[in-house]
Design a protein around this ligand. Structure first.
Ligand code: AMP
Length: 208
């Protein structure tokens, strides 16, 4: 299976992608995670990407496309892959279809108000990258259940950046919904339920 997971920031793509990848033994390719790894290693690409990501802008198509094209040639992608956060523009999608076929693009839909609330609550483990939803009204510090590291908020999850990311999504990424619909590849699921409910809806679609 060669899958794409579409949806606005905060729709739960990363969480669902991990579940789908595990169930079907697919390589989970998150362009956001790949960019954050570049930032952590302070590579020239990471240094260039950081300011764009922190301000809620997209990283240029040619950088991302090259990164994904290389990644899907790795041996772990031979059994199939799941793209999480790519493509994000029509140009990226056209490039992708030029170097790979795709079986299905699943779009997770969530209303904007719910996204803003989810992202205010999102915390990530800086070590194992697990994502958690915390009570923002609590004065407590939060720690990763897997490794004990203190959880942090992503720089691009600040409310003003989230609003901008939603505008960027509407202008540049949302048109992909029609793009894949016209190609007969689109499936849509409602992302408002619990993590397991959304996962079950996706599994049902994929096993059709
Ligand atoms: P994510 O973790 O998928 O929310 O991605 C975090 C940020 O990385 C995005 O807001 C973009 O700045 C950048 N990014 C990730 N994937 C892409 C992509 N396919 N095209 C352009 N920028 C991307």
């Amino acid at each position: 299976m060669k899958l794409i997971l579409l949806g606005p920031p905060g729709a739960g793509k990363g969480t669902q992608a991990a579940k789908i990848a595990e169930r079907y033994s697919l390589a989970h390719i998150s362009t956001g995670d790949m960019l954050r790894a570049e930032i952590a290693s302070k590579t020239p690409l990471g240094i260039k990407a950081k300011s764009l990501i922190d301000s809620g802008e997209l990283v240029p198509d040619e950088i991302i496309v090259g990164m994904v094209q290389n990644r899907i040639q790795q041996p772990d992608c031979q059994n199939g892959f799941l793209l999480d956060g790519f493509p994000r523009t029509i140009a990226q999608a056209e490039n992708l279809l030029g170097f790979s076929d795709i079986d299905c693009a699943v779009c997770i839909t969530v209303p904007d108000e719910e996204i803003i609330d989810r992202m205010a609550r999102r915390r990530v483990c800086p070590v194992c990258k697990n994502t958690y939803s915390v009570d923002v009204n609590s004065a407590e510090h939060f720690f990763c259940e897997a490794c004990g590291a203190e959880l942090v908020a992503r720089d691009d999850d600040k409310p003003e950046t989230v609003k901008h990311r939603l505008d960027v999504y509407a202008a540049q990424t949302f048109p992909l919904v029609n793009f894949f619909r016209e190609k007969g590849l689109l499936e849509e699921v409602c992302g408002s339920g619990t993590v397991d409910e959304v996962a079950q809806s996706i599994f049902k679609i994929l096993e059709k």
